[in-house]
Design a protein around this ligand. Structure first.
Ligand code: HEM
Length: 195
């Protein structure tokens, strides 16, 4: 059967992202999933229930951990964006339709925008609530004053953006699965770490 794209066995020498960008992709993916699960746990339980369950000290560590993780993701995303802009993106080794190009580009663009927006919203929501913006043991500037109404709105946005990111991750993973297992066209080799 002939195909318009390379099939299994044609992995080597195909254009792909640099090792740094591939590493950043997988590190951020793990941190992002952890931040989503951790954040949903905090949001679902709420501070009082969490304190009942694990005590004040552990609850404090849980919030500090979530904030630190989120700010780490922000730093890595900015680094990733700068490296990506400076290095450019590799050509696709196969013919993708215009629609596939468009939707892939759209999903990637939205992921960049929302994953960068997410920690900024969490940062400002925390500051507006009058709570510390922790990065490990450091306290970062809040940039905005205490404003409970604004904090409520920003935390609602934090939830909505989280749901959008989850939807985009599902689409992104489904597309990767389609390329790797159905078309077997090596598109996923562009971003894989070890082959
Ligand atoms: C990519 C980074 C981040 C992700 C994926 C993320 C994800 C989430 C999610 C899914 C929730 C649950 C929302 C809900 O209640 O429905 C949450 C809650 C929360 N996030 Fe984040 N977050 C990120 C960054 C940050 C940052 C940087 C801060 C603050 C500096 C922060 C502060 C909080 C706080 C305080 C809550 C709990 C809100 C509550 O108790 O109701 N987040 N986060």
């Amino acid at each position: 059967m002939s195909t318009a794209y390379p099939t299994v066995g044609v992995a080597s020498g195909l254009p792909r992202y640099s090792y740094l960008l591939r590493l950043l992709h997988w590190v951020i993916a793990v941190l992002l999933i952890t931040a989503l699960i951790g954040g949903m746990t905090l949001g679902t339980l709420g501070y009082e229930r969490l304190v009942e369950l694990v005590g004040v000290e552990m609850a404090g560590y849980a919030y500090m951990g979530h904030k630190t993780l989120g700010i780490t993701i922000l730093g890595l995303m900015v680094l990733r964006l700068l490296v990506r802009v400076s290095q450019g993106t590799p050509e696709y080794a196969i013919d993708l339709s215009r629609a596939q190009h468009f939707f892939a580009g759209l999903v990637h663009f939205l992921l960049y925008v929302l994953v960068i927006a997410m920690p900024i919203i969490g940062w400002l929501a925390t500051a507006a609530a009058g709570n510390p913006v922790n990065f490990g043991t450091y306290e970062l500037p809040g940039f905005i004053g205490q404003d409970p109404e604004l904090s409520k709105t920003l935390f609602q946005a934090h939830t909505v953006v989280a749901l959008c990111i989850i939807a985009l991750i599902v689409i992104h993973v489904a597309a990767a699965f389609y390329h790797a297992r159905v078309r077997r066209d090596w598109v996923t080799t562009r971003i894989s770490l070890f082959n």
